[in-house]
Design a protein around this ligand. Sequence first.
Ligand code: RP5
Length: 220
Amino acid sequence: MQMKKKKKEKKRRRSNGPPAHSEGEERLDIAGLDVYILSSHVPCSDAETKELLQMSVAVVMGSKSDLEVVRGAFDVLKEFGVPCVGRVLSAHRTPVEAAEFAANAEKDGVKVIICAAGMAAHLGGVIAAHTTLPVIGIPVASAPFNGLDSLFSMVQMPPGIPVGVVTAGKAGGKNAALYAISMLALSDKVLAEKLAAFRKKQKAQVLSADEELQKELFSE
Ligand code: RP5
């Protein structure tokens, strides 16, 4: 009975995890990270299942055309040494796969989900509907409404199913990752120290820019 249960669980994990080299899969090196970009569910090897189990942050995009916006999120996650996985899953074009991914994410070791989408950007809401994990939305700007449509789609969640929304564009990508990191840092002392160091460095950069400006403007 126990064996049967284990086998079933393994099969389930395989259906949700990053794929081996299969049709519809692309494995990219983004900021030195192995990021799986896939359009459908395909089985993965045991090693890859293990890899997925250590994923802390899942970055999901509605289309591969959103990748430029979320690239900054991967950069930040790498800088902090946070394991992550990238997926292409559409709320409209692959609704079943998106729901399945979200429903299994927690069991698969994901702690926070970042969703980037444009236009009628329902991805964050759909993902959040199938998990109690925190979901962060990045609105992607596109014509003709330049991201206001995506922002409203994400931020206007009816009460009961929240999606925390950051700004559109590349700044949103970076902030989504930092926001996810601050959540993980609540129970990870090392990450909390890294976050404090990041803030300290950022502060020093601004103060030094101010000092330079004073010299430029007022020194003879
Ligand atoms: C959304 O529609 C995606 O998130 C993307 O921002 C937008 C356009 O998608 P593509 O036509 O580029 O695939 O679902």
